[in-house]
Design a protein around this ligand. Structure first.
Ligand SMILES: Cc1cc2nc3c(=O)[nH]c(=O)nc-3n(C[C@H](O)[C@H](O)[C@H](O)COP(=O)(O)OP(=O)(O)OC[C@H]3O[C@@H](n4cnc5c(N)ncnc54)[C@H](O)[C@@H]3O)c2cc1C
Length: 210
């Protein structure tokens, strides 16, 4: 696994929320497939809510606020203890493409310092970094998560590959969210042994319109 900064693996972007509308379902799907995200969320969560309950059960969505620092620390510990996984701190600047199939077969990655890593398959999970953009009032600048650099070289290369690219937009909100009395867990494993612990109220920032 190649990542830009090992200390910032699983650093949450701004508010330490896991889940929410649509994403709550995604986290549970990751859990069903054996991913650690939901289990970790349940273990470091400080506030749990079920969103969208004014509508039908099909769109109810669990969301947890987590201890931001603990989430990052525990995720790194978990990855470092994963057998057969090596973590390398570097920036991937581009994919190495073979000549087959019109240059659309990936043979590895090229790092920013020029090193190359061969691979039979490459999974790109650049999150919010790929050609990342921050909008602060009228100002707009390229960046990854707060204070981190955007992944522009890889983003530029992917654009040349005729792939469909879209951009997700996030705005700020401000309200006070009370926790649900019952903890709504993300992981099936934890759900069975869920116990009610003291939860924290949360302030949420909200803009009037986008
Ligand atoms: C403002 C904001 C608010 C959000 N709010 C919520 C929320 O309320 N609830 C929720 O569930 N989600 C929320 N999200 C989304 C959530 O942050 C992402 O879905 C989640 O972080 C994605 O995880 P990831 O592991 O895919 O990517 P990320 O956590 O973004 O991690 C990507 C990793 O890839 C690495 N990387 C990127 N490019 C390269 C490269 N070229 N070479 C090497 N390494 C690279 C980075 O170093 C980073 O470690 C929010 C996102 C933002 C920006």
């Amino acid at each position: 696994m190649v990542t830009m900064n090992i200390d910032l693996i699983a650093q949450m972007s701004c508010n330490p929320a896991i889940g929410g509308i649509a994403k709550g379902h995604l986290v549970r799907e990751i859990d069903a497939l054996g991913g650690i995200m939901g289990e970790l969320t349940d273990s470091v969560g400080i506030q749990f809510r079920l969103l969208n309950t004014s509508r039908g059960p099909a769109v109810w969505s669990p969301r947890a606020q987590c201890d931001k620092k603990q989430y990052r620390i525990r995720m790194r510990e978990w990855l470092e203890n994963e057998p057969n996984l090596r973590i390398l701190q570097a920036e991937v600047a581009g994919l190495i493409l073979g000549d087959e199939a019109g240059g659309r077969i990936c043979r590895g990655v090229r790092l920013r310092d020029g090193r190359e890593l061969a691979a039979e398959s490459v999974v790109v999970t650049t999150g919010t970094f790929l050609n990342g953009l921050a909008h602060v009032g009228e100002t707009r600048y390229g960046c990854g998560r707060s204070g981190e650099a955007a992944s522009t070289q890889l983003g530029d290369q992917l654009r040349t590959l005729d792939l469909q690219c879209t951009r997700d937009a996030k705005t700020a909100r401000l309200t006070l969210d009370d926790p649900d009395e019952r903890r709504r867990m993300h992981a099936r494993v934890q759900m069975r042994r869920a116990r009610l612990t003291r939860q924290m109220p949360m302030s949420v920032a909200r803009t009037s319109r986008w």
